[in-house]
Design a protein. Structure first.
Length: 74
């Protein structure tokens, strides 16, 4: 039986279809709205599990966007 490459989004039962590299799939699915929801979820998860005496990093979407834009300019 042929095994699917781990970096492929092709389902195992789709032997005749085209393969899309995982990196292309992630780029296609990486929308601003999805990134915003992910950042909010991660921030909420961190707040619910962090200890009160440990400072919580700024995980706001605005801070995330600033870092992402700075990275893109490099």
């Amino acid at each position: 039986m042929e095994q699917s490459h781990p970096d492929s989004t092709r389902p195992d039962d789709n032997h005749g279809g085209s393969e899309e590299p995982l990196s292309d799939y992630v780029k296609r699915m990486e929308t601003g709205e999805n990134l915003k929801r992910l950042a909010e979820k991660l921030g909420n998860d961190l707040k619910s599990t962090s200890k009160p005496d440990v400072p919580t990093p700024d995980l706001s979407f605005e801070k995330f966007e600033q870092k992402r834009k700075a990275r893109d300019r490099q």
